[in-house]
Design a protein around this ligand. Structure first.
Ligand SMILES: *[C@@H]1O[C@H](CO)[C@@H](O)[C@H](O)[C@H]1NC(C)=O
Ligand SMILES: *[C@@H]1O[C@H](CO)[C@@H](O)[C@H](O)[C@H]1NC(C)=O
Ligand SMILES: *[C@@H]1O[C@H](CO)[C@@H](O)[C@H](O)[C@H]1NC(C)=O
Ligand SMILES: *[C@@H]1O[C@H](CO)[C@@H](O)[C@H](O)[C@H]1NC(C)=O
Ligand SMILES: *[C@@H]1O[C@H](CO)[C@@H](O)[C@H](O)[C@H]1NC(C)=O
Ligand SMILES: *[C@@H]1O[C@H](CO)[C@@H](O)[C@H](O)[C@H]1NC(C)=O
Ligand SMILES: *[C@@H]1O[C@H](CO)[C@@H](O)[C@H](O)[C@H]1NC(C)=O
Ligand SMILES: *[C@@H]1O[C@H](CO)[C@@H](O)[C@H](O)[C@H]1NC(C)=O
Ligand SMILES: *[C@@H]1O[C@H](CO)[C@@H](O)[C@H](O)[C@H]1NC(C)=O
Ligand SMILES: *[C@@H]1O[C@H](CO)[C@@H](O)[C@H](O)[C@H]1NC(C)=O
Ligand SMILES: *[C@@H]1O[C@H](CO)[C@@H](O)[C@H](O)[C@H]1NC(C)=O
Length: 512
């Protein structure tokens, strides 16, 4: 009976104790936040009644002591960061179920770790107090330990090791790549790991290498190493064969890319066709030698050009661009070949304007003599143009067409010969249409216009030059005192101006 009573008594005590025992329900979700952010750790309890209290503690190191942060809603640590309390505990819910939220502001690296939520039960052994662990991770963007060299200089053939040490939380992945986007020396576009060995450095390996540390916490960090390689020159023909038409005042240009470190001395040569010897080219009226900078080029690359001006028949053949430094020598070969038409960027485009050159010499002739009027034209080939000679022998009468190109339109015969003729000469860079007027008479004196007929242009835009032919009467003088020198001449000046479209300047032509 006593035993039974005892059992009932004990069980009722046990029941009441068990019913009242506070418990932490649900796990504390791990919190992952960045530096500077605010972390929230939630601890939910049931049956929490005084004198039991909920405490938050922090374990700063696996072996060290726990630090008490709070009891119930009272925070023991009066730390203030950026004007705000470092810690706070906020209680939510009702007496059945309470949630104690630990707030940790302005997170630093040292805030990371284990936070314990425990229920203080004054009458029970510490070991029996309920507790749960909340893990706070503070993410730290990567930083690269900046003690590697910003620039490494090696000779071709050497081995090097590129190092990149990075920190962050989580530990960042490190990748090497080239700044110019080209494949790495050992192939592939990426190399993982902070230690990158490159064997047998080649000149083509030079340039910037970038090490990137990334742990998905923005921003990633990067570090650039300049790999400088000492090497013998490499000469590359940008275009190794170049065509150009001769005798048309056209130029030809060779472009040579010379890579070298240290910088190469660059010399251009032309191969002598007879002796097969290379003859050095100098910068002069015939050749223009230039070194151009191009932002697309690397620091040890230079752009050299050779311009052959006014291409002639003997300019065709082989040319060499040679680069030399103390580590070696290299050359690129070029060929200039003949074409029918102008080649290259600087050709007068279709629609280029033929021009009459200024130098038309005056004609002052005596009766019976023959007059020669030279009309010299450049850029004629590139146009469906015709050269016409037109005569105006009286100020009021209509102009008379004498010729079209080499065809004479007036079939007059004087003294067994054609009165007019047009002879075409070809000089270096121009076409000369020479008008010949035979057996001059007084009526031949007047204005002779050389005009370029351009079928698709307005008449006003056709280039033309007018010349005055003066025919002197023959003075028959008798006796010793007759003048032997030049007969008195009368001069007239004719000025003709014309304009081309909107873009072309006008020229003033004159002749006496
Ligand atoms: C903590 O509780 C608050 C309020 O219920 C909630 O908004 C927040 O998402 C919780 N945080 C975590 C990490 O569980
Ligand atoms: C946090 O707890 C985990 C196990 O839960 C342990 O491995 C780690 O060492 C603890 N960290 C600290 C700082 O106490
Ligand atoms: C910290 O908490 C432990 C256990 O809850 C307690 O024994 C100790 O006295 C507390 N220390 C302070 C400084 O409040
Ligand atoms: C570069 O490394 C290779 C392979 O380890 C080795 O055979 C060679 O001797 C090294 N060259 C130099 C210049 O150290
Ligand atoms: C460098 O690479 C180029 C092209 O891959 C090769 O032709 C050249 O021989 C290499 N130079 C050295 C010194 O290995
Ligand atoms: C490192 O790279 C691996 C494979 O791409 C990836 O699974 C991992 O999440 C990365 N680590 C970090 C910290 O970004
Ligand atoms: C490395 O250090 C130099 C000078 O000490 C600095 O100019 C450079 O910005 C640093 N680079 C990185 C990636 O930290
Ligand atoms: C006209 O051109 C021809 C051929 O070039 C030249 O021989 C002649 O001397 C020139 N005559 C005049 C008057 O300019
Ligand atoms: C020749 O041209 C000039 C100037 O344009 C003009 O004065 C002269 O009358 C012209 N002569 C003839 C014969 O047309
Ligand atoms: C003379 O030339 C003009 C212009 O060049 C042309 O319009 C005209 O038809 C020509 N006359 C003759 C008879 O050829
Ligand atoms: C033709 O060109 C060559 C070389 O540029 C020059 O020496 C010569 O005088 C030119 N001849 C004529 C007729 O202009």
């Amino acid at each position: 009976m006593i035993n039974m009573l005892t059992a009932v008594f004990l069980s009722s005590i046990l029941c009441s104790v068990f019913a009242a025992r506070p418990e932490i329900v649900d796990d504390i979700l791990p919190e992952v936040k960045r530096l500077g952010q605010t972390a929230y750790l939630n601890c939910s309890v049931i049956n929490l009644q005084s004198p039991a209290q909920l405490q938050w503690l922090k374990k700063t190191s696996p072996t060290g002591p726990q630090k008490n942060i709070s009891s119930d809603e009272t925070v023991f640590i009066d730390e203030v960061v950026e004007g705000k309390r470092k810690y706070d505990v906020v209680k939510y819910g009702n007496t059945n179920r309470l949630m104690y939220q630990l707030i940790i502001r302005s997170l630093t690296e040292t805030d990371a770790g284990n936070y314990t939520c425990q229920i203080y039960l004054p009458n029970q052994n510490y070991k029996e107090w309920p507790q749960k662990l909340g893990v706070l991770t503070v993410q730290i963007p990567p930083t690269i330990k900046n003690d590697s060299l910003a620039s490494i200089t090696v000779n071709e053939g050497q081995n090097i090791t590129l190092l990149c040490e990075a920190q962050g939380n989580p530990a960042p992945n490190i990748t090497w790549k080239r700044a110019d986007g080209f494949p790495l020396p050992n192939g592939g576009f990426q190399q993982r790991g902070g230690i990158y060995k490159v064997y047998q450095i080649n000149a083509t390996d030079r340039g910037q290498f970038i090490c990137i540390a990334d742990n998905n916490v923005k921003p990633p960090a990067s570090y650039t190493v300049q790999l400088v390689v000492i090497f013998a020159p490499y000469c590359t023909a940008v275009q190794d064969t170049v065509g150009q038409a001769q005798n048309r005042r056209f130029h030809a240009k060779f472009e040579c890319l010379v890579a070298a470190n240290p910088r190469a001395e660059v010399i251009w040569y032309k191969e002598n066709k007879a002796t097969r010897e290379k003859e050095q080219i100098q910068d002069n009226d015939k050749y223009k030698l230039e070194q151009q900078d191009d932002q697309r080029l690397k620091a040890d690359e230079k752009w050299y050009t050779l311009e052959i001006k006014n291409v002639q028949g003997n300019d065709y053949g082989d040319y060499y661009c040679t680069g030399k430094n103390e580590h070696g020598e290299n050359q690129a070969q070029f060929q200039l070949f003949e074409t029918m038409d102008c080649q290259g960027q600087n050709c007068p485009s279709v629609g280029a304007i033929p021009e009459i050159e200024d130098d038309i010499l005056p004609e002052v002739k005596k009766q019976g003599q023959t007059a020669y009027l030279n009309c010299s034209i450049i850029h004629l080939l590139h146009f469906i143009a015709k050269v016409q000679w037109i005569k105006q022998t009286s100020p009021t009468g209509p102009p008379k067409n004498i010729s079209s190109d080499e065809t004479v339109l007036i079939d007059e015969v004087v003294g067994g010969q054609m009165k007019y003729d047009v002879v075409k000469y070809r000089s270096n860079d121009s076409d000369i249409y020479q008008l010949i007027i035979r057996s001059l008479m007084e009526t031949d004196a007047g204005n002779y216009t050389c005009q370029i007929y351009l079928p698709n242009w307005d008449y006003e835009d056709w280039p033309q030059t007018t010349c005055v032919l003066t025919v002197q009467k023959t003075m028959k003088c008798q006796g010793q005192n007759c003048p032997t020198g030049k007969a008195p001449a009368s001069y007239q000046v004719s000025i003709v101006t014309f304009m081309f479209g909107l873009t072309i300047s006008f020229s003033i032509r004159y002749c006496f």
